[in-house]
Design a protein around this ligand. Structure first.
Ligand SMILES: [Zn+2]
Length: 67
């Protein structure tokens, strides 16, 4: 496995999906790669804590056969 560059869905910036993060995701059983950079992820999290996040599809991560 190698580090991967992903373009953030929100801010369109490149960010690194590192080898160790990939291992972490795998360990957690996530099939999907992250689509947002750490900054945007954090921003979204904060937003949720503020009472927003009405349309978060938690548990919808079931896409198969992606490798
Ligand atoms: Zn971003």
């Amino acid at each position: 496995m190698a580090d991967k560059v992903i373009v953030c869905k929100d801010c369109k910036a490149d960010f690194l999906f590192t080898e160790s993060e990939q291992a972490f995701y795998k360990e957690k059983g996530f099939d999907n790669e992250p689509v947002r950079c750490p900054n945007c992820r954090r921003a979204r999290k904060n937003e949720k804590n503020n009472g927003f996040g009405g349309r978060d599809n938690r548990g919808g991560q079931r896409s198969q056969g992606r490798r």
